[in-house]
Design a protein around this ligand. Structure first.
Ligand SMILES: [Zn+2]
Length: 508
């Protein structure tokens, strides 16, 4: 699976862009299934990518910022793949967001990785993430010329050529970035900025072309499923700025930010054609499981995405009526106290609603995409009743997320609870028990940052309190016994989690 950071389909000739930015992908896609209405679940890398890997929406996997923690006892599609005998390679396998998802080895450079697979017939899943199109926009001289970059010079052009991050609200931000925050984008610069982005697109297309050609020549393509997509899109001044949540510190969810390419090629080329059905990153893993005939019964909760195969094989016209996305305001750079503030969207083929947080609730924007695909005219204030169905869909989605999140966290914490019981009663002892306890605490910290988490919702909250109380009681009892130089022992017939059945035994 190759994801290209902030790759916009409407700037790819594969998706009908008038400039010839992606000839290599066009050629490749003739043997593949192409999805024309694919959407990320967020407007920056981590939540969008983790949705792909888990099949869960951001409010469920909760990887919303650098302070979030995915627990290794939580269900993970990659671990299911690993159990099926696949080695799991990831572009980024450590650090918050990707830790504990099931990545086993670092991938390194994609080109080098491909070479290592030529003589290795073992089964593998690999994720490569290419940042070639990400700010700063630095196309080769040839691609710059090809897409009409001129010698026009200005502060904003210099900014996009130089900086990874261009802050929309520099005065609010305390982080020490060497940024171009004081830049005021000049409308006159926009064609130049878009040409720079297009030049970058052609560059990554050529790189992908070389990689895929190498795979074809060496036969690797005949035994590899290839998925090409993106983590999110990029704003190129359609709504007043350039970048995405992590680079502009300006969380928005217009289509240029959430629409992504999605191409899937299978070795026997049996999946071809185009579908305009609404699909999302959460559908990628269910599709892969479907292609590989891997049962997803071990996923607890079940993945929220659906297999895309019916769209291609059975020519079904849709698998869902709505897509949803959610983002923090400043992406990766969001400070802890702002992480609970979320921009959210619900979109059908015809309408779109976006909720922007304000001090007194949310400002709502609604767009009629049939007349206004560019989302320029907010018609929600005049035509609110037309959008009721999207509001109801969003409520249903929120409820389902709460349920799925509770199943994910409660499932993991009850496994942790069992581990604590085994640790204090068995040979592992107190240190392991305390580690298990601290993992439960980390889960709690992550979930306290989620705005609409399940804590406040009975019966999830009471089950969560039970887990915490029981774990604390187990550890306290083990510590007391250990301080008295004894070991805990439980009646053979009792459940380890029945703390009252344990007694502290002193052996001579
Ligand atoms: Zn990204």
């Amino acid at each position: 699976m190759i994801t290209v950071d902030n790759m916009r389909p409407d700037h790819m000739s594969l998706y009908g862009y008038e400039k010839d930015t992606t000839p290599h992908l066009e050629r490749f896609a003739r043997e593949a299934a192409v999805f024309d209405s694919a959407f990320s679940t967020s407007a920056w890398t981590a939540p969008g990518m983790v949705s792909i890997f888990t099949g869960y929406y951001p409010p469920v996997h909760a990887q919303s910022g650098r302070f979030s923690f995915y627990d290794s006892e939580m269900t993970s599609a990659l671990r299911v793949l690993s159990k099926e005998g696949y080695e799991i390679f990831g572009q980024s396998i450590r650090g918050p967001s990707h830790e504990n998802l099931g990545f086993e080895h670092a991938l390194g450079e994609l080109e080098d990785f491909i070479e290592t697979r030529l003589s290795n017939a073992g089964r593998y899943f690999a994720w490569a993430h290419l940042r070639d199109v990400h700010l700063p926009y630095t196309p080769s001289a040839a691609n710059a010329k090809r897409f009409g970059v001129t010698s026009r010079a200005s502060e904003s052009i210099e900014a996009v050529r130089k900086h990874k991050v261009i802050l929309r609200h520099p005065d609010e931000v305390q982080l020490d970035f060497e940024h171009a925050g004081k830049v005021a984008f000049d409308k006159e610069d926009v064609p130049e900025i878009r040409a720079l982005y297009d030049g970058e697109m052609a560059g990554v297309d050529a790189r992908l072309g070389r990689i895929l050609d190498r795979m074809r020549e060496t036969g690797l393509l005949d035994r590899t499923i290839v998925i090409i997509s993106a983590d999110h899109g990029e704003e190129l001044f359609e709504h007043g700025w350039v970048g995405h949540a992590s680079t502009g510190f300006d969380g928005k969810l217009y289509d240029e930010l959430i629409r992504v390419p999605l191409i899937i090629r299978v070795p026997d080329r049996s999946l071809t054609g185009r579908s305009s059905a609404l699909v999302q990153g959460v559908d990628i893993m269910p599709t892969l499981f479907d292609i590989l005939d891997i049962p997803d019964a071990n996923m607890e909760p079940a993945m929220q995405g659906r297999s895309l195969l019916p769209l291609i094989i059975d020519s079904e016209s849709k698998i869902r009526d709505f897509v949803f996305a959610q983002t923090t305001l400043k992406g990766w750079n969001t400070p802890k106290e702002e992480i609970g503030i979320r921009v959210a969207t619900a979109r059908s083929a015809a309408h779109k609603l976006i909720w922007f947080p304000t001090k007194n609730g949310a400002r709502i924007e609604g767009f009629d995409l049939r007349q206004d695909p560019g989302e320029k005219k907010n018609v929600y204030p005049q035509r609110a009743s037309e959008f009721r169905y999207l509001e109801r869909a969003f409520e249903t989605w929120t409820k389902d997320n709460r349920r799925a999140a509770a199943e994910l966290v409660l499932g993991a914490s009850s496994r942790r609870l069992a581990n604590i019981a085994h640790a204090v009663l068995g040979t592992k002892g107190l240190v392991d028990a305390v580690n298990e306890w601290s993992a439960i605490q980390k889960m709690r910290e992550t979930w306290e940052l989620e705005p609409d988490n399940f804590y406040g919702h009975e019966p999830y909250a009471s089950r969560w309190r039970d887990v915490q109380r029981l774990a604390a009681k187990m550890i306290a009892k083990a510590m007391e016994c250990s301080a008295n130089k004894g070991t805990l022992s439980a009646a053979r017939s009792s459940q380890p989690r029945d703390v009252d059945a344990w007694t502290c035994v002193h052996r001579p």
